[in-house]
Design a binder for this molecule. Structure first.
Ligand code: GTP
Ligand code: MG
Length: 384
């Protein structure tokens, strides 16, 4: 924002527009390569599907099965963020497994990090793999999958206590990693059918913390909308851009908003709103998938939504929403806007446009997040 000040103060709006567009475009080009590895049959392909928000039978999902399925690295692009690439790697764990050779063969240097999946007791092959990944200067996250199966195998015992069982599974893996020389091992418990239930929140938070800053946004946006924590984080990531979009729209002002002395570019706002709908799986193709999973029709799902844009993102609705975002309210409600007024002050009618668009996008994002929570509730009820 500070860098844009100079262009704004000299009324060099085309430079402001170019700079912001360039910056937003760069954000969308950030690549993330995640290598998913582990024993054959541990649930690697299922995990790849779940991260991409897909069921194992959905179109475009990785093939899963009870016999050895994945023989060579296969890349799966995230359905909405094509630069997020999930690499479904072949299984490890044959008796003469050599981690170093395996990692060279799968081109270990191309991944931002690895996810090692183990579905059973901790084994030597896990230790060898973890150690070699670390030695090659890469990060890994150790996931213990199929927690549902482990629980159902134990739960008929008289002495069964869920927390104790989970704790002992976790300790088994952590101790194994510690013995292999991993200093502060962390193990995440996951179940495919209840992906958001156990440690998935902890896992994505850890991945996010440890990624370079410029890669965090794309990781967050690509996560499946399966917990409130994810929704909140996505909201924050999208909110970060509102100031740029508001300024961009005001500088590229084209359409006067009736009843308000401002002009904005509605198409820029529409593009941003579409991103919100897509990120929260409220776009039509995503609603179709939710409909198939929940047994509710798309119309039924839409009737649960409150956002005024649920029937389509069009200019009249956007104008109506802008008209509702009166500036006085903005200054009161969105204190953070004040910070940017010295920067945007010299844009013709800039302050008003900036504030109105900011307010409108914030409100739209809030509504969309609420609608996403509704969908989450519908899906959780379906799972039960
Ligand atoms: N109950 C349960 N089954 C799971 C879970 N994750 C995967 N599975 C099942 O385990 C089997 C193997 O899963 P895959 O995802 O194909 O395993 P993989 O690691 O990709 O196997 P390969 O490609 O052969 O190396 C499939 O039948 C999955 O449905 C889980 O968390 N719980
Ligand atoms: Mg597989």
């Amino acid at each position: 924002m500070e860098n844009l000040k100079e262009f704004v103060s000299t009324q060099n709006f085309s430079s402001v527009i170019n700079k912001i567009k360039q910056c937003l475009k760069q954000q969308d080009l950030v690549e993330l390569n995640i290598g998913v590895t582990g024993e054959s049959g541990s649930g690697k392909s299922s995990f790849v599907n779940a991260i991409r928000g897909l069921g194992d039978d959905d179109e475009g999902s990785a093939e899963t099965g009870v016999v050895e399925t994945t023989m060579k690295p296969e890349v799966y692009l995230h359905p909405k963020y094509k630069h997020v690439k999930l690499w479904d790697l072949p299984g490890i764990g044959t008796p003469n497994f050599k981690a170093e050779q395996y990692l060279t063969k799968v081109k270990f240097e191309s991944y931002d990090f690895f996810i090692i999946i183990a579905s059973d007791r901790f084994k030597q092959c896990h230790a060898t793999l973890a150690k070699d990944i670390e030695r090659m200067g890469k990060k890994f996250y150790f996931v213990r999958s199929k927690i549902d199966l482990s629980i159902s195998a134990e739960k008929n015992k008289k002495s069964f206590v869920l927390e104790k069982t989970l704790d002992s599974i976790q300790k088994d893996c952590e101790n194994g990693l510690r013995k292999a020389g991993i200093e502060e091992p962390v193990v995440f418990l996951i179940s495919r059918s209840e992906f958001g239930k156990y440690d998935f929140d902890k896992l994505h938070m850890r991945m996010e913390e440890e990624l370079p800053k410029h890669k965090r946004r794309v990781l967050l946006l690509s996560l499946p909308n399966i917990t409130k924590e994810i929704n909140e984080k996505k909201k924050k990531a999208l909110e970060e851009n509102i100031k740029y979009v508001a300024l961009l729209s005001a500088c590229a002002a084209a359409v006067p908003v009736p009843g308000l002395s401002i002009a904005v570019d509605l198409s820029i706002i529409a593009v941003e709103l579409k991103k919100y709908y897509s990120a929260f799986d409220l776009d039509d193709p995503s609603l179709q998938l939710i409909s198939e999973r929940s047994g509710k029709t798309v119309e039924e799902l839409k009737s649960l939504m409150k956002s005024p844009l649920r029937h389509g993102i069009n200019h009249p609705t956007i104008i109506a929403m802008l008209s509702n975002s009166v500036m006085a309210m903005v200054l009161h409600a969105a204190g953070y806007v004040l910070k940017y007024i010295p920067i945007i002050g010299s844009v013709a009618a800039g302050t008003t446009s900036f504030c109105t668009v900011t307010k409108m996008l914030k409100k739209a994002l809030n509504d969309i997040v609420e609608d996403a929570e509704q969908m989450l509730t519908v899906l959780l009820k379906t799972e039960v």
